[in-house]
Design a protein around this ligand. Structure first.
Ligand SMILES: [Zn+2]
Ligand SMILES: [Zn+2]
Length: 95
């Protein structure tokens, strides 16, 4: 149970609805958890509700996936494939 927003400390009641960030699972008010970003790592391709902090990370991750996917489609560069797998491991470790 979390009676308050973990970002701005606003108390939840029947006016201030509680929302869960799809990424970190913490509780936030509507204001602090209003960003909707796709979460490819968690297989959420449609934008899902995330807190500001997670939205920023997810946005970067999505851009990363997009960019790498395009490069991967364009050529069969083995060296690049290797670099990509390293990057993926890095992302997994960070979370
Ligand atoms: Zn809040
Ligand atoms: Zn979050």
């Amino acid at each position: 149970m979390c009676p308050r927003c973990m970002q701005c400390d606003t108390k939840f009641d029947f006016i201030t609805r509680k929302h869960h960030c799809r990424r970190c699972g913490k509780c936030f008010c509507d204001k602090c958890c209003s960003k909707k970003v796709p979460l490819p790592r968690m297989c959420f391709v449609d934008p899902v509700r995330q807190c500001a902090e997670c939205a920023l990370i997810s946005q970067k991750e999505t851009e990363f996936y997009d960019k790498q996917l395009k490069v991967l489609m364009n050529g069969k560069d083995r060296m690049h494939l290797y670099a990509l797998s390293i990057s993926f491991i890095f992302i997994q470790m960070r979370c």
